[in-house]
Design a protein around this ligand. Structure first.
Ligand SMILES: Nc1ncnc2c1ncn2[C@@H]1O[C@H](COP(=O)(O)OP(=O)(O)OP(=O)(O)O)[C@@H](O)[C@H]1O
Ligand SMILES: [Mg+2]
Length: 360
């Protein structure tokens, strides 16, 4: 997400790494999720606190409500849940609203921060009956730790070997029954044994224009700015079907309006604000357009190899493949063929360039 430079840097995901050496964070959310020590981070202000405040993902919400109701009726912890999907679609949000619906506490961990089995211990020994342990980026949990999660999840028990050689001893710990919520952008990287230990698996998909506009309207109220539905539509159109980007765009529009138009936000102001940071009406940014421009100008629209395009643009092919191409492919501006990358007629139209004569 490095490309989303404008507000991304100032809005670190609060579901990120736990402190390296400190104790795991624990947050009581039974009271509705007061977050006194997090400061005025707009990402936190805008993040829904309850399931009812969430927009879209209604099928996911309906299934989760059933699971939560049933667990509460039985007086048992909720089954383990895995969320997967692209960045910014609500995985961390779900992981924070679920404990608040269950009126329980949540500990936040990050797969990248768990390096050795002992790193898991403070989290597991801290779980209370029915509480939630959230592991973000769970695909980054090393294999050696993953094996401890198997028994923790299935039997609420861990057998951990401490020390080495003759001094090695096994510690058998029984745990309070808890709920593990895992989040990943790379479900395919999870091993089958880990994946199968989640009773509930939910994939989060892209948001519609209507849903994004609704998010923008709701959040404009939280930010005390007056945004009309047409302006919300402009922001939604340029947000790549992603709530986090809709929020970031809205925050930029707010700054722009406060500085340039005395706080007046209307559709033309939204357009000017987003044009200024290079985001066009399809949601493409400068690098996306640069990619299409190179493909059309230098390679006549392709087919061209990824490496060739990357060399010409002087960026790494990984960056193009991971950060630029997915949205262009999804927007049907680009296709990947066996012979290389090919710009579509829609891309030529968008870039206002004539289509070359070529066999498609
Ligand atoms: N369903 C929703 N309704 C309203 N706002 C949402 C919804 N989903 C996400 N958001 C907003 O988008 C922001 C980003 O969502 P979130 O942090 O949950 O994404 P994520 O899937 O965890 O992303 P990542 O993979 O980068 O960690 C949230 O702060 C929240 O304000
Ligand atoms: Mg997250």
């Amino acid at each position: 997400m490095a490309r989303e430079a404008i507000y991304q840097q100032s809005n670190p995901d609060p579901g990120g790494d736990p402190p390296e050496d400190g104790p795991p964070s624990e947050k009581g959310v039974a009271d509705g999720g007061e977050e006194p020590d997090r400061g005025p981070d707009p990402d936190v202000t805008l993040r829904p606190q309850r399931m009812a405040e969430m927009v879209g993902q209604q099928d996911v919400i309906e299934r989760l409500r059933i699971a939560i109701d049933a667990a509460q009726v039985r007086g048992e912890p909720l089954g383990h849940i895995l969320f997967d999907g692209p960045p910014g679609l609500g995985k961390t949000t779900f992981a924070t609203v679920i404990p608040s619906e269950m009126k329980t506490t949540v500990q936040m961990a990050n797969g990248a921060g768990l390096k050795a089995p002992r790193d898991l211990l403070p989290y597991l020994t801290n779980v209370s009956r029915g509480s939630v342990l959230f592991i973000d980026e769970i695909h980054r949990v090393p294999r050696a730790i993953e094996e401890y999660l198997y028994t923790a999840m299935e039997d609420f028990r861990i057998d951990i070997v401490l020390g080495e050689g003759v001094n090695a001893r096994t510690l058998n710990l029984s745990l309070e029954p808890f709920t593990l919520i895992g989040a990943t952008t790379r479900a395919g990287m999870l091993t089958a044994p880990l994946r199968d230990r989640f009773q509930i698996r939910e994939h989060l998909g892209w948001y519609t224009r209507k849903e994004l506009a609704e998010i923008v309207l709701r959040n404009s109220k939280k930010l005390n700015i007056d945004v009309d539905p047409t302006s919300a539509g402009v922001i939604a159109d340029r947000s790549r079907s992603t709530p986090r980007l809709a929020n970031n765009r809205l925050l930029w529009v707010r700054d722009y309006a406060q500085s340039k138009t005395k706080g007046n936000v209307e559709a033309s102001v939204c357009e000017a604000a987003l044009d200024m940071i290079g985001i066009d009406h399809l949601g493409l940014d400068k690098q996306d357009r640069n990619y299409l421009d190179t493909l059309m100008r230098v390679f006549l629209g392709g087919p061209a190899g990824l490496d060739a395009i990357a060399h010409t643009m002087n960026v790494s092919s990984d960056t193009l493949e991971d950060e630029v191409e997915p949205f262009l492919l999804r927007s049907e501006l680009l296709v990947r063929t066996r012979r290389g990358r090919l710009a579509t007629p829609k891309a030529f139209e968008h870039m206002k360039r004539p289509m070359p004569d070529r066999p498609l």
